[in-house]
Ligand binder design. Structure first.
Ligand code: BYC
Length: 319
């Protein structure tokens, strides 16, 4: 920092210009804080709600090994939620408040989790496509200008790449299994392809937050740029899987050096955001039930913490 940097505002701008990190103690514009709380907490909610479609298959996984792997994955999602709530809390909004926003329906979570996981192959498609999209979107977030968010993303991305590989492996085995298994894998990919591409958010022209978030280096790429990167990544992967992506307009464009792809169903996307997806009601109902059922655990943990802190204080003062 130079002598010319006088105010919090200037220091903040200096950090952003230098591609440095903004930390919780630093001054930041209210709008920067607000957009981070919004994005980080919605990301946390997505991880927590995202446990539901996968947990649906734990008791029906086809082998003990698959069950153990799926349980570990669902546990990872809970962990991701916790790191992200902790990162959001450093911005000054307590986790209880963030959680209440979700329970009241005031906060969004990723559209993708409002689709059902109907078959075992859906667990493969979620791993390959949904976690694949998550990685594409989240690797640049490791460089987000807000320190606690970027650092949380590093660990999350490492775990997501394991998740994507387990999804790939499920689909690969099914795709190279019996005709019925191959069909089940294809059907899962047919249903998850469009919603996975929508995870990147609305087209750039309809994305009110992108420009400012990119100027603040929270987001490093636009929604459409990341979506394109994802399409380019999965086309050869689908070929290797022996599965087809359900888009007749998908074609290599020599001039652009990218795959062209067809228009996505944005009416469906916005309807899902308004609560009209196939599973919105079920997901929120289950989350509220789980919150109610967990009340005694939170009370017990708080009572235990109070007791241990009393014991520690007594030991300190020799009482
Ligand atoms: N679903 O201006 P835009 C996971 C909202 S977890 C729902 O482009 P922004 C996983 C957006 O919030 C995956 N809402 O916004 C977990 C905004 O509404 P508000 C979650 C969406 O923030 C478990 C409005 O639309 N990943 O992978 O610049 C198991 C306008 O959008 C969606 C993250 O959260 C959507 N798809 O960009 C397995 C990543 N898209 O808030 C896997 C972090 C947009 O103004 N988040 N909206 O009312 C981001 O990168 C960005 O927030 C987004 C949206 C790209 C998602």
């Amino acid at each position: 920092m130079t002598d010319q940097v006088h105010s919090g505002q200037e220091y903040f701008e200096h950090l952003i210009d230098q591609d440095s990190r903004v930390e919780p103690r630093d001054w930041m514009p209210d709008a920067y804080r607000k957009t981070l709380v919004r994005q980080v907490s919605q990301h946390a909610h997505s991880e927590i709600i995202g446990m539901q479609p996968e947990a649906n298959w734990i008791s029906r996984a086809p082998s003990l090994k698959r069950k153990a792997i799926l349980m570990a994955k669902v546990q990872d999602e809970a962990g991701h939620g916790l790191y992200l709530y902790s990162a959001a809390e450093t911005l000054g909004t307590p986790r209880d408040e963030l959680n209440q926003q979700l329970l009241d329906g005031r906060a969004k979570y990723s559209s993708i989790f409002n689709y059902p996981a109907r078959t075992w192959a859906d667990i493969g498609a979620i791993g390959w496509l949904v976690d694949g999209a998550a990685i594409c979107n989240q690797v640049p977030l490791c460089r987000a200008s807000y320190g606690p968010y970027g650092r949380a993303m590093v660990r999350i991305c490492k775990e997501e790449s394991f998740h994507q590989r387990q999804g790939w492996e499920i689909l690969y085995e099914l795709s190279h299994g019996t005709e019925a298994q191959h069909q089940m894998a294809q059907d899962a990919v047919d249903r998850f392809y469009g919603p996975a591409l929508q995870m990147f958010g609305p087209p750039d022209a309809d994305s009110p937050n992108s420009q400012q978030s990119m100027a603040w280096k929270i987001k490093r790429f636009s929604n459409d740029d990341l979506r394109q990167r994802f399409v380019d990544m999965i086309v050869p992967q689908a070929e290797a899987l022996g599965l087809t992506l359900p888009d007749p307009d998908l074609a290599w464009n020599e001039e652009r050096g990218h795959y062209d792809y067809g228009e996505l169903d944005w009416d469906e996307f916005f309807a899902v955001l308004k609560g009209q997806g196939p599973c919105n009601k079920q997901r929120m109902q289950r989350r509220r039930e789980a919150h109610r059922e967990g009340q005694w655990v939170r009370e017990a943990a708080a009572a235990y913490a109070a007791k241990t802190s009393r014991t520690a204080t007594s030991a300190l003062i020799g009482a």
